[in-house]
Design a protein around this ligand. Structure first.
Ligand SMILES: Nc1ncnc2c1ncn2[C@@H]1O[C@H](COP(=O)(O)OP(=O)(O)O)[C@@H](O)[C@H]1O
Ligand SMILES: Cc1ncc(COP(=O)(O)O)c(C=O)c1O
Length: 368
């Protein structure tokens, strides 16, 4: 089979490594279609294969092992797919799939691809941890340090940082597919201040924080500008071959609750080495599995298509838009079946027009 010729069109390509469900919309089932609907080509890599999300009474699964995943990636590499990747998106990872995905990021970077990596460190929510100790450790030591941007919810940020003021995680309870139990230490109800969330997010930034002056506007502006396929030139400063970035350059914290933000709204806080913003929407009374996966996919699409030259402006615009689009889809889904007791699925197909709305939710710059 012939390799794919280099792209001459402005459609960016993303490798999306997430769980795959046969029915419903979590993991790649919540990310692939929204990416495609926003003009992004997707190579989807299953980190787990399940019948449906873990809110249902029955969950069937097909095992995914590291050897097969590596073989799939090898073939994708040989056939030219990986060489076209502008970014990698990851969601639910296992101890098996995590190292393979990080290797793929490094390979894409080493091949001269942009290799930007947005990681949603899926580990738990609301005081419940649903991955093993090994996954928590892997996220902490391997995956998050390799990412450019991460999108933890507040509980996951607490798990990654153990920062004073944030609720902490007790360790493993169960995996997706099992019923998660409530943690004994973090109750999901203790609330930090905005300053504590910002400090926790920055504690993950490592060398990105140290190098913030050097790395600022223009380099970051280039970071998400997909020009390489159209001009044949790489506008980004190249990374050292195989190098691991010691910490993300931006942390986008979802479902933030703090003592100093309005209680009746849902907040997304974006933290970079130099700035912090909060973006707020009304809180809906229903929860839908896959909301975080949808948000991360829409954020990545917004970053890849962003036109702002300044990196902070591009990030805040993409976050505001993704927050708005996610809220519109959740709200429309809730209106379809307001009283439903069923686990529920995001109505991505029925409300696909909302996935491309161009407005943004109200954004406020924080003092820090
Ligand atoms: N009940 C809700 N009301 C309003 N917005 C919501 C609600 N649930 C999720 N969202 C939106 O989706 C984003 C991601 O959802 P979240 O539950 O934090 O992700 P995860 O699934 O990773 O825990 C939130 O920051 C918020 O913008
Ligand atoms: C199998 C499975 N179930 C449920 C979820 C939960 O999604 P969320 O955290 O968005 O509710 C995920 C997330 O990837 C998943 O892979």
């Amino acid at each position: 089979m012939a390799s794919i010729p280099p792209s001459t069109i402005t459609t960016p390509t993303v490798l999306s490594a997430q769980s795959q469900v046969c029915g419903g919309h979590v993991g790649n089932g919540a990310a692939v279609f929204p990416l495609q609907r926003n003009g992004v080509e997707v190579i989807s890599l299953p980190t787990a294969v399940l019948s449906n999300h873990n809110g249902y009474p029955n969950v069937g699964s097909i095992p995914v092992n590291a050897q097969d995943l590596r073989a799939v990636l090898r073939s994708l590499g040989h056939n030219g797919f990986l060489g076209r990747c502008d970014a990698v998106l990851s969601g639910y990872l296992t101890e098996t799939s995590g190292p393979v995905v990080v290797d793929a990021v490094q390979q894409i970077r080493a091949r001269g691809g942009a290799g930007h990596y947005l990681c949603d460190p899926v580990m738990g929510d609301d005081g419940r941890c649903y991955v093993s100790d090994g996954v928590v450790q892997m996220m902490h030591e391997l995956v998050v340090p390799a990412a450019d941007i991460i999108t933890p919810n507040l509980f996951e940020l607490a798990m990654l940082t153990d920062h004073p003021g944030l609720a902490t995680c007790p360790g493993p309870t169960s995996r997706p597919g099992d019923t998660a139990t409530t943690s004994t230490r973090g109750d999901g109800n203790s609330m930090p201040t905005c300053a504590e969330v910002i400090a926790a997010a920055r504690s993950l930034m490592g060398s990105a924080l140290m190098g913030s002056a050097r790395d600022d506007a223009e380099h970051h502006a280039g970071t998400w500008h997909v020009m390489s396929h159209t001009t044949g030139q790489n506008p980004f400063r190249p990374r050292a071959s195989g190098a691991t970035v010691a910490g993300p350059r931006a942390v986008v914290v979802t479902s933030v609750r703090t003592t100093d933000l309005p209680e009746d709204q849902t907040h997304v806080m974006t933290v970079t080495p130099n700035s912090a913003w909060v973006c707020s929407t009304p809180t809906l009374s229903r929860h839908f599995s896959g909301s975080g996966d949808l948000f991360a996919a829409l954020l990545l699409a917004g970053l890849l298509h962003g036109q702002q030259k300044n990196s902070d402006a591009r990030l805040s615009e993409a976050v505001a838009r993704a927050t708005q689009q996610t809220w519109l889809v959740l709200s429309a889904t809730a209106s379809d079946a307001p009283e439903s007791e069923e686990p529920g699925e995001l109505a991505l197909v029925a409300h696909q027009d909302l996935l491309t709305v161009q407005e943004g939710a109200a954004t406020r710059r924080l003092a820090q």
